[in-house]
Design a protein around this ligand. Structure first.
Ligand code: SAH
Length: 550
């Protein structure tokens, strides 16, 4: 195997040893075509016609001397100590000894030498070539036969587009143009303006824009050359190539823009009553994929601690008595803004989003603004709390229906409270703070039994869960006596006493939950939120929105 190369011979002086064979003229022409000057060493005057012509024209210098090594050291260019640049031997078959001698001399003098029909004595051989303008094509069989090489070459050439030379020129021109443009852009930078302090940002900007653009363009050209059918390359004009480049650039910009214009996604997700163990896998996945999480004040810390990405922003609704509407509006607007920027927003709601969570209103708001949410249910405190309290909400022959209702009506008024049903378990949400009002109303107006078993639970499923077991008539006194730890709810109905019998005392209190502590893999999921929590701040008149980056 040999190393194929294309030699730059411009200005060189090449020696041809032996001028009688027609091949000497062929060599002389090839040398001339490569921009070098041929010197013929031939003692005889009888040269083939063409060669003679070239000598007469002064294109070939004829040195009428016997070959000697010294000539190789004298005929060359002065700037390379007069040693000739390359030697072509075109002697006849019979002059084998001389060929060998020239070969040896050249090798000693480090002059590349080619000997016709004698690959083994040559340090380089010639390819069977095809030339069309700047396009050149060469075939070698590594000395196995120049006729064969020539035949193969003809076959290959016939498969090339006839205007291959033009293709070369066009692509070359475009390449040059791109390089010039790039140089102009890159060179347009004012180096003097670079100060050390600016250097980093400048380098960043520079490398991200101009340099990137420049390489993009070269890469684009390579792609065109690589993937266009040759026939098309042959027809395409420089203008077409430029237009194609412009279009491709525009398309890729559009794709980028589309990416940027990625439609925002929203999910409305229930986070369960408090414990991480009550979070659904769906909710966890949503938390993990969010750019922005909008949470309620009630969403417990343990759940917030699962927000994983440093880049995920967390906003906690600033709802406090008296500003619910404004705080809600603020939250919706922050969500909408992020959605319009193409972000993934997760609206995390305590318990289940559709149980007293204004989930339906939020669904409507976002849908009207073009972002219909995906809604994922959560475990509602109304149904989880009885379980934590060992109260079977339905139980054969005791309770055959469950009612979830609120103790808070519109604008603080009492809601429309349910009539008493002996076989029903009723769960009152948002009721503890007005239990003193509610209970007399239930007993006196709605026919509820005063001695109905009741359980009050605060912070159900959280480590500081507290349970008060009592009766309807004593529930108000119990909460007054014990104070409150919101959020809490109360459960009323015979089911409260099915599995847990109450003694004669007015009420009993149980602290804590049997909920297992976060361990193992649940702990691995936890990334405690560091820094300021914004839920503590009431909404002030100036709407400075404290979106906290995690
Ligand atoms: N969507 C929620 C309810 C929101 S209304 C859900 O499905 O659970 C808020 C009320 O829920 C509170 O006033 C309280 O009555 C109740 N609540 C929420 N979490 C609670 C918890 N961990 N323990 C007891 N009550 C809770």
């Amino acid at each position: 195997m040999t190393l194929l190369a294309s030699l730059n011979c411009a200005g060189e002086l090449h020696v041809i040893v032996g001028g009688k064979a027609p091949v000497a003229a062929i060599r002389a022409k090839a040398i001339l075509a490569a921009g070098a000057s041929p010197i013929l060493i031939e003692v005889s005057d009888e040269l083939p016609k063409t060669l003679e012509g070239l000598v007469e024209e002064g294109k070939v210098k004829h040195v009428k001397e016997e070959y000697s090594k010294t000539l190789l050291q004298q005929l060359g260019r002065p700037d390379v100590d007069n040693v000739v640049d390359r030697v072509f031997v075109t002697l006849s078959h019979t002059e084998l000894l001389l060929k060998k001698q020239v070969s040896d001399d050249c090798k000693r003098l480090r002059i590349p030498v080619n000997i016709t029909d004698s690959a083994e004595l040559s340090t380089f051989t010639l390819l069977s070539t095809h030339t069309a303008g700047d396009f050149q094509f060469g075939v070698t069989t590594s000395g196995k036969g120049c006729k064969l090489a020539s035949r193969i070459k003809r076959e290959l050439v016939s498969s090339l587009p006839p205007n291959i030379a033009e293709i070369c020129n066009r692509v070359g021109e475009l390449r040059k143009q791109i390089q010039e443009d790039d140089l102009e852009e890159v060179g347009g930078h004012d180096d003097d303006a670079i100060t050390t302090s600016k250097l980093n940002s400048l380098v960043k900007e520079f490398s991200m824009t101009r340099l990137q653009q420049a390489t993009q363009r070269s890469r684009w050209l390579s792609q065109i050359v690589e993937y266009y059918p040759l026939s098309k390359l042959a027809e395409i004009s420089l203008e077409d190539l430029k237009e194609q480049y412009r279009q491709d650039k525009e398309e890729s910009l559009q794709r980028k823009r589309q990416k940027l214009q990625k439609k925002g996604e929203l999910s409305l997700v229930g986070s369960g009553p408090g414990s991480v163990s009550m979070l659904t896998l769906g909710a966890l996945q949503e938390i993990h994929s969010a750019d922005l999480i909008l949470a309620d004040k009630l969403v417990p810390q343990q759940v917030l601690d699962l927000i994983p990405k440093k880049s995920t922003r967390l906003f906690i609704a600033r709802k406090f008595p008296g500003n619910a509407e404004r705080a809600q509006q603020e939250l919706l607007e922050i969500g909408l803004d992020a959605l319009q920027k193409g972000e993934k927003v997760v609206r995390l709601k305590q318990g289940d989003p559709y149980i007293f969570g204004r989930g339906g209103e939020e669904f409507n708001f976002f849908t009207e603004h073009g972002f219909p949410p995906v809604v994922l249910p959560g475990i509602t405190s109304a149904l989880a709390a009885p379980v934590y309290l060992n109260i079977p909400a339905t139980h054969r022959e005791v309770a055959d229906q469950v009612l979830i209702c609120t103790g808070t009506g519109r604008r603080g008024a009492l809601p429309n409270l349910p009539e008493f049903v002996e076989s029903r378990t009723t769960v009152f949400l948002m009721a503890l703070h007005r239990i003193v009002l509610l209970i007399p109303h239930l007993i006196e107006e709605k026919g509820w039994r005063a001695d109905l078993p009741v359980a009050i639970v605060e912070r159900a499923s959280c480590p500081d869960q507290r349970v008060i077991r009592t009766t309807l008539e004593k529930a108000a006194a119990a909460t007054e006596a014990l104070g409150s730890r919101p959020p809490g709810l109360f459960i009323a109905g015979n089911a409260c006493h099915v599995l847990t019998k109450k003694g004669d005392e007015d009420w009993t209190v149980e602290e804590g939950t049997l909920e297992p502590k976060l361990s193992g893999f649940l702990q691995q999921l936890s990334h405690p939120v560091e820094g300021e929590r914004i839920a503590a701040e009431p909404l002030t008149p100036d709407l400075k929105v404290p979106v906290v980056a995690k």
